[in-house]
Design a protein around this ligand. Sequence first.
Ligand SMILES: Nc1nc2c(ncn2[C@@H]2O[C@H](COP(=O)(O)OP(=O)(O)OP(=O)(O)O)[C@@H](O)[C@H]2O)c(=O)[nH]1
Length: 604
Amino acid sequence: MYNKELIRNISIIAHIDHGKTTLVDRILEITSAIEQRKMHEQYLDTMDIERERGITIKATPVKVMYTADDGKTYEINIIDTPGHVDFSYEVSRSLAACEGAILLVDASQGVEAQTFANTYLALENDLEIIPVINKIDLPNANIQETISELEDLIGFTEEDCIKASGKTGEGVKEILKAIVDKIPAPSGDSGAPLKALIFDAEYDKYRGVIVHARIFEGTVRPGDKIMMFSSGETFEVTEVGIFTPELIPADSLSAGEVGYIIAGIKEVSSARIGDTITSADNPISEPLPGFREVKPMVYAGMFPGLPEYYGELRKALEKLKLNDPALVFEPENSPALGFGFRVGFLGLLHMDVVRERLEREFEIAVILTAPNVVYRVKMKNGEIVEITNPAKFPNDGEFEEVEEPYVELSIITPSEYMGNIIGFVTSEKRGEFKEVENAGKNRVVLKFIAPLSEIMFDFFDKLKAISRGFASMDYEIIGYRPSDLVKVTILVNKEVVDALSFIVHKDKEYAVAKKVVEKLKDLIPQHQFQIPIQAKSRGRIIARTDIKALRKDVLAKCYGGDITRKMKLLEKQREGKKRLREIGRVTIPQTAFLALLKIGEEDK
Ligand SMILES: Nc1nc2c(ncn2[C@@H]2O[C@H](COP(=O)(O)OP(=O)(O)OP(=O)(O)O)[C@@H](O)[C@H]2O)c(=O)[nH]1
C-alpha cells in the first residue's frame, strides 16, 4: 500500500478570492474524495468568523486519490496556507511540508503582492511551482496580461501556465496531470529514525491537541514515544491518521506522508508550528530547518466590558490560548480602565479574530485600547528593555535610544498610481523608497522600507483609495531600527491618564497631540468646573484645550438612562463599555478611550 513514489504533497498559493476553495472543491469532485452533497461544508472551515469575513485563515489539509493516465493511483495531499500577512510564518511552514505548489492567479485581477511574496517563499523552499491562470471563463479575464506579469515577476513562460476555471472545471484535469508529472515524489527512508514537521496543530476538547505533520524520515505508529525537538517534551502516540478531510485513523504514517498525530498533548504550545517531532528512544541529532518561535508584534490593553467579568475574561483567554499559541497575555491594571490584560497579537487581523471569538464563543464584550508595536529601548545603564505598553515607556533622559520594528514593503500597482503612492508612503508614512520593477505592461512593483507602526493601521485602506482599489501590498519584518520616538502623555484636569498615553514619531508629535486633545474635548462631558485637557511630551505641554464649565447640572439627564432595564448578558456588558470612569474629579466616558484608538489608526 505505502509507496512514496505515488505521493504528491502540494499547497496552493493564492490571493484571497482568487478561487482556491472553488478549485479544491472541483478537485474533490473529480477525484470523488467526498460526496458532492457534503462537499462544501466539509472542505470549508468550521470557524464562523472566517466564513463570514470571506477569508480563510486556514483550512484542514485534504488527501485525494487520483488515477492518472499511466493507470496508477496517486495520493495528493493538499495543504492549505493562510492568506493573510499576519500568518506568514505559518505559510512558510506549510510550504516546507510540500514538494510543490500551485500558484493560482485570478485572470481578471492579475498577480497580487502577497501571492508574489509567497511564491518567493516557495522558491526558497525549493518547491516546484505550477502556475495556473484561473477564472478564464470571466468576460474580463485578461489572460495574456496575467501571463506577462508572471513572466516579468517570476520568470514563467506561457507554456508553463495552465489556463483554468474552477467554476466550469476547464483545465482542472491538466492541473492534476501537472501535479503528478511535474512535482517530485517525496524522498526519505521509512526505516530511518523519525523526523516529522509540525505544520499546524489544533486543540480538540475531547482528544487534546491534534498535530498536523509531514513525515520526512521514519515511521510513526500508535504506542510510539515521540519527542518535540525544541522542548524535549515526550508523549505517547495514541492515534495517527489521514485527512480526507475528515480524520481517518491509519496504522502508521511513514516518510513522505502527511497526516495527523494524537499523543495526549494538552496544549498547542507543546506542539509548536515548525518544530520537529522525533522518536524519544532514538532521536535524530539535527532538527528540520526553519523553526522559530512566533512572537507577537502588536500589543493592546484588553478590559472586560464590566469589571466583574475580569475572571471570565481570564478563563476565556486561557481557553483561546490552548488553540492559539501566538496569543500572549498578562494582567494589567489601569487606573482608568480597571483590571484587564495586556495582550499580544501577530497583527491587527489576529487581534480582530480574537476579539470576535471572545464575543461569540464566550459572550464576553471587551474594550481594546489603541494597539502598538513592541519598542526596544536602550537604557542609560546599557540595559535593553522591550516596551509593549506606552504607559511603561521610560521618561525622557532615562534612555539612550529607541528602536522600532521596520518592514520591507512591496506594493503592486498599475503604473499610473506610482507617483501618488510613492508620495504617500514617503511623506506621510515615514517610508523610504527603494526600487521599482516592471510587472507586465502596465503594472509595477514598488519596494519600500517603512516602520511597521505606520503601515499596520489604516495604510491598506488609504492605498486602496489612492489606487482606486487596484494596488495590493505585502510586507515582511526586517528587524529593528533606531527611531526618534517620543511618548505623549495626556492629562485630564492636570492628572495623567495612563491609558491615553501613546508613542509617536517626533515629526508628528504636535499634529497627533492636537487631534487627541480636540477629540477628548468632544467626548468628555462638561462638568461644573472647567477641565483642561493637555498633551505633554518631553517635559513640555504641546497641546491644550479646555472643556468649559457647565452652568446647570444637566449631567444626570445626559447619563441617567434606563439602566435598570433587564438586558441580555452581552448587551449589558456592551452597555458597561459606555460606563463612565472617574479620573480624580472628572468622569471620562469609555468612548474617549476608544476614540484614541481611532485617532491612532488615522495618524500615527
Ligand atoms: N467566474 C469564475 N468565478 C470563480 C472561479 N473560481 C472562483 N470563483 C468565484 O470567486 C469567488 C472567490 O472564490 P473562492 O473559491 O471562495 O476563493 P478563495 O481563494 O478560496 O477565497 P479565500 O478562501 O477567501 O482565500 C467566489 O465568488 C467564486 O464563486 C472561476 O473559475 N470562475
